[in-house]
Design a protein around this ligand. Structure first.
Ligand code: NAD
Ligand code: DAU
Length: 347
């Protein structure tokens, strides 16, 4: 699998994965295929284009365009696809679900068909712990039922089920990973951790949904990339692998930890009206990926510290995004009324 097509490779996790793969495997070639939606950004790959010019190519395109996908696979002699392309933000899926269904379900189908027709060695689907729905007790293993509660989660579950059906029906060599919340460099500041860090730097309120007692397994993005690579190398076709640390943190604790790292007051936290259908807790059983050989992972404290440090040092990356028209319109729609109705959180 030396020629990889990395769809969605200009986004947050995809760009970290591209860099990780090119650094680790001197004989690999990578083609990034990305539509460059609001979340795709060639600035994320600027250093990659410079440092790996001979082994890296970028093609702008949509994964639902079947002919274009096939042409790129042929032209670049691709052996395997790693699919990061998706509409990814839960709050946006509540505003405009159609893009989620189009890319996350239909787009996945297009990649599966291309894998089948062109006889590729692997189609790896990067999926999410959100497909299990909220896990109020215990942990979700890979065979847990899918109880999705947002259009985003339901669309990702649709993509996963198509992958498994292509393995069962046509023998297409698919693998799936379901990752917990990633944090780290180049995450678009709509997601809670970069949103809170950059708001805190600017002395702006941190809009904490509801009581802030929801739990997420915040993992460092490169640990997730390592897990995806491990499954690409050693995973068994037709199998699903969870990737996370197995440790969950309350959102209020995460918010306070960010403020501590930045030396800012807790009074910046505002409790705002909750996300509809907000999943209370995600918790993954991660023994299967550990059995495959996964060892290293940052603790929550280490991952958060590295992330905060990166955003402090890289204003050149996030400030133009936050000042841009698209972001400001989204922020206004999502937060203006919420913040007006928000309340201080007792310290
Ligand atoms: P992101 O929103 O930062 O990036 C998504 C990328 O996909 C962007 O570059 C965008 O331009 C591209 N894209 C979107 N629609 C496309 C289309 N139709 N055709 C081609 N490219 C398209 O997302 P991310 O946070 O990096 O997530 C990447 C993948 O990992 C997604 O599949 C997501 O479901 C999954 N995932 C994310 C997390 C997380 O915490 N962020 C956790 C687990 C799994
Ligand atoms: O779990 C993996 C998933 O993690 C990925 O599949 C998704 O693509 C990714 O967006 C992320 O989904 P979440 O909904 O968990 O992430 P988000 O950053 O939107 O929110 C994390 C938690 O913080 C969640 O409990 C909601 C809360 N939150 C979020 C925002 C944006 C707030 O309290 N305030 C906010 O403003």
């Amino acid at each position: 699998m030396r020629g990889l097509l990395i769809t969605g490779g200009a986004g947050f996790i995809g760009s970290n994965f591209v860099r990780y793969i090119l650094q680790k495997y001197p004989d690999y070639r990578v083609v990034v295929y990305d539509k460059l939606t609001y979340a795709g950004n060639l600035e994320n790959l600027k250093d990659v284009a410079r440092d790996f010019a001979g082994r890296y190519a970028f093609v702008r395109g949509d994964i639902v365009e079947a002919e274009k996908v096939r042409a790129v696979i042929r032209e670049h002699q691709v052996n395997a696809i790693v699919n990061f392309a998706a509409a990814t933000h839960v709050d946006r899926s509540l505003m405009e679900p159609d893009e989620f269904i189009r890319t996350d379900v239909y787009g996945t189908y297009v990649l599966l068909e291309a894998t089948r027709e062109l006889g590729l060695e692997r189609m790896h689907q990067v999926s999410t712990d959100e497909v299990y729905g909220q896990v109020l007790e215990g942990r979700a293993g890979e065979d847990a039922p899918l109880h999705t509660r947002s259009p985003y989660a339901a669309s990702k579950a649709g993509g996963d089920l198509l992958c498994l059906s292509y393995f069962a029906s046509f023998g297409v060599p698919v693998t799936i990973t379901r990752g917990a919340n990633n944090i780290g460099p180049y995450q678009y500041p709509e997601k809670v951790v970069p949103l809170f860090i950059t708001n805190a730097i600017d002395q702006q309120p941190l809009p904490l949904y509801g009581d802030g007692m929801q739990m997420r397994d915040y993992q460092y993005v490169l640990d997730h990339c390592e897990g995806v690579d491990l499954v690409l190398q050693r995973g068994e076709p037709g199998q699903v692998y969870n990737i996370g640390t197995g440790v969950e943190t309350h959102n209020i604790v995460m918010a306070r930890a960010i403020l501590d790292l930045l030396g800012k007051p807790y009074s910046l936290i505002r409790s705002v009206p909750d996300r509809p259908g907000h999943d209370r807790r995600y918790a993954l059983e991660v023994s299967k990926i550990r059995a495959l050989g996964r060892q290293s992972s940052h603790s929550f404290a280490q991952a958060l510290e590295e992330t905060v440090h990166w955003y402090v040092k890289n204003e050149w990356w996030w400030r133009p995004i936050k000042n841009g028209e698209h972001y400001r319109a989204y922020y206004q729609q999502q937060y203006d009324q919420r913040l007006a109705r928000g309340q201080a959180v007792a310290e």
